[in-house]
Design a protein around this ligand. Structure first.
Ligand SMILES: CCCC/C=C/CC(=O)SCCNC(=O)CCNC(=O)[C@H](O)C(C)(C)COP(=O)(O)OP(=O)(O)OC[C@H]1O[C@@H](n2cnc3c(N)ncnc32)[C@H](O)[C@@H]1OP(=O)(O)O
Length: 363
């Protein structure tokens, strides 16, 4: 079976940072905050932040400050401090940079950031520096950080790393955590002989009480959020395509900053046709192809060298390039997600999924 759906696509020199910037949660009260589902999570995060054993650094504290203000007061509404009022200006800049980010999103980002800080400070108590540091437990992913590189490994090898509904959510969460951690590069790769066989076709079988229309709607929202998290990812993002890649795992490769493929990745299935890694490279979908026998060694040597390059310069370069096209990418994503909602209900899609699943049904 081939991919059947449409192709897609600072502030330094502060004496005592904890005191100088201060944790927002320690300064501000919770009264009058309009919260919805995540109020409890947000309150927990506000408490958790006080328990951090390690100073997260000024950059992170500014992010926490900005997200807190945005989550509780909305877009920056304070007069801009003077240029010599360094600290308040840094805080103002961080808040103002969030623009019109909705309060709910800011609240969620605050919770995610605190969660990534808590898990990294817990695990840093257990593991020696320089060793592989596991960040958070996921059911379908293994996420580790080492040498400035956060590696997100798709981990359902017995299902060729097909992406089930929970795994989509986990990838979104892992990308959010990676965007806020102290890594320089983020890598996505697969465990086992496949990179990824695309959408888990059994997702279509899990019909909610609202019926297939409701399922199609939920899938469209999930797809939009999933692809959106790649569009918005702020740091250099690299795909290490260790084996065949299919469906949605291929169509999002265009949103990575570099794609390294093993010459064993011979099934980059797009347009219903098998493409070798070399052909995908010729088409610009893959950056470089390596012999399978030396793939891991060559790619990781290169990525470790890249991780020593100036962190902020790389991040800012990526953001400048991405910002030029972000709006358009989000518009295309929204359009594609609504087309998906429709196509999910088509005979072609249903037949393809049923066909695949019935051949594998354990009778
Ligand atoms: C939010 C909605 C987004 C929608 C976006 C959609 C775009 C897409 O991604 S559509 C999906 C595209 N992918 C496919 O069509 C791949 C389907 N799978 C296959 O064709 C074959 O399994 C594959 C060529 C990958 C491997 O073939 P084999 O080497 O012969 O292995 P098996 O077929 O025995 O597979 C082993 C095991 O994995 C399960 N599997 C593999 N891929 C998927 C998948 N995409 N969804 C669900 N399950 C998958 C397969 O069923 C086997 O499981 P068991 O039978 O339990 O062993």
């Amino acid at each position: 079976m081939v991919a059947r759906l449409a192709p897609r696509w600072c502030l330094r020199a502060l004496r005592s940072p904890l005191q100088v910037i201060g944790f927002p949660s320690l300064q501000l009260h919770m009264s009058g905050i309009a919260m919805r589902a995540s109020q409890e999570d947000f309150e927990n995060a506000l408490n958790q932040v006080k328990l951090l054993k390690k100073d997260p650094g000024n950059e992170v504290k500014l992010k926490l400050y900005a997200l807190y203000k945005q989550a509780t007061e909305g877009p920056c509404n304070m007069p801009k401090p003077g240029v010599f009022d360094f600290i308040n200006k840094a805080k103002w800049d961080a808040w103002d940079a969030l623009g019109n980010l909705p309060k709910e999103t800011a609240r969620q980002n605050y919770v995610d950031l605190v969660s990534s800080l808590s898990s990294s400070s817990e695990s840093s108590n257990q593991v020696q520096p320089g060793t592989d540091r596991k960040q958070q437990e996921y059911e379908n992913l293994v996420v580790t950080s080492e040498d400035g590189i956060t590696k997100i490994t798709l981990n359902r090898p017995t299902k060729k790393n097909a992406i089930n509904t929970q795994m989509y959510q986990e990838i979104i969460l892992a990308l959010k955590a990676a965007s806020n951690d102290d890594s320089i590069l983020t890598v996505v790769t697969g465990n086992g002989d496949y990179y990824c066989s695309g959408n888990d076709l059994t997702n279509f079988m899990d019909i909610p009480p609202g019926g297939v229309e409701e399922k199609a709607k939920q899938s469209a929202v999930l797809l939009r959020d999933f692809v959106g998290s790649f569009i918005d990812f702020p740091k250099p993002l690299i795909a290490v395509v260790n084996g065949p890649a299919m469906g949605i795992s291929v169509t999002i490769l265009g949103l990575f900053d570099a794609v390294y493929a093993s010459d064993r990745a011979t099934e980059m299935l797009i347009f219903g046709k098998k493409l070798t890694a070399g052909e995908a490279c010729a088409q610009g979908l893959v950056t470089e192809v390596f012999p399978d026998s030396t793939f891991q060694k060559e790619v990781w040597t290169r990525l470790k060298a890249y991780s020593k390059l100036p962190k902020n310069a790389m991040k800012i370069s990526k953001q400048v390039i991405r910002n030029m096209e972000k709006e358009k990418l989000h518009a295309v994503n929204a359009e594609e997600s609504s087309v998906l909602q429709e196509r999910c209900l088509s005979d072609e899609c249903i037949n393809a999924a049923v066909n695949f699943l019935s051949k594998r049904a354990k009778l």
